[in-house]
Ligand binder design. Sequence first.
Ligand code: SAH
Ligand code: SF4
Length: 417
Amino acid sequence: MTDTPLMPIPGNIDPLPVAREVTPRDDGRIDVLGLSRPRIAALFETAGLDAKQAKLRAKQVFHWLYHRGVTDFAAMTDIGKAMRPWLTERFVVSRPDVVEAQHSQDGTRKWLLRTADGHEFEMVFIPDADRGTLCVSSQVGCTLNCTFCHTGTMRLVRNLTPGEIVGQVMLARDALGEWPKGRMDFDFEDDDSDPEADNRGHYSADGRLLTNIVMMGMGEPLYNFDNVRDALKLVMDPEGLSLSRRRITLSTSGVVPMMERCGREIGVGLAVSLHAVTKDVRDEIVPINRKYGIEELLSACAAYKGASNSRRITFEYVMLKDKNDSDEDAHELVRLIREYALPAKVNLIPFNPWPGAAYECSTPERIARFSDIIFKAGISAPVRTPRGRDIDAACGQLKTAAEKKSRAQLDREAAES
Ligand code: SAH
Ligand code: SF4
């Protein structure tokens, strides 16, 4: 179904309130990955089960999906033998197709993935000594054209569905071999008063490779708010993937009108792509600034529900030589953080180059000096070590091969005409 209409989302507009729920498939079956339990139950009912049966089957299927990583209804052994083929005929539990998987010398892994209707996007896994972080995409391409970001040069855009977003986490767990094996005949009701509850059935994040999720892949997550929220709800749901909201961070370029809802309805950690402290420079490098300026953005940060000294807002700051990296810029950054009384930390990101980029990375000395000024003001400002640069998996380098190819194709066509 490569002719599925793309969503018309021109740049610098407010998010679309309604986004597609499930990507249609050629075989007509409905993909239940990414749907809530009541939604699955409703689909089962529409397909012919009575309400009670539908609810029970939805609960069972949901458990197999998110606690066991099972994609085949035939393997769902507590569902009646006759029922399983009935489900298989009508429904499917998908994963994004893997087009290519790459391994960096530093252990970073990148997957080029494809939706059921043929659109390509990427996800990245970054292992560290004490954690493993999955960098998840929210859109195919991005409508915002930050001038230093490779994804921002992609034209092709559609929002990913909740299934395609949570599917990245499922696929990573498949690849890392992180689904529990063995019996599943225990009660998994959530019980906050029981400190052992998280360990029941080995379903906690402890001891796993994949411990953290960052919405920092391709796309602007707050321009796909509903789908990102629904996907993250499944990731946090104690009966879903059961990952703590403290281990999830959403990065936004500054979609101010959606930030309040992000805090209230999702409640994950917030990272903000600030990158500049003056209107002129931010207007140029993060063009959404022309719509929502620095003051508005920082006010929204100050009002962000869930931010506190123990859960600071991360300000991302890409280091661009002679553009945003002066001592004055560092002092102004400190002043702004103080003016808005923000519980903040700053993440300095050395610019990751890509072919045709108009910028250079600041020198290591400049970055060290910039960091020092902020640290001396009492604000943490570590320099992020670039990961996976050799496989184009570092921040801002994600851009799919399909798009690269189509550009090459365009060049050829231009040369021929
Ligand atoms: N669209 C969201 C999330 C994805 S980008 C956002 O903009 O916040 C994740 C981070 O990488 C952002 O802070 C982004 O500005 C930064 N980034 C983009 N291109 C980069 C590059 N070439 N080098 C370093 N960081 C980059
Ligand atoms: Fe989009 Fe973020 Fe890249 Fe800007 S930095 S173009 S918002 S992905």
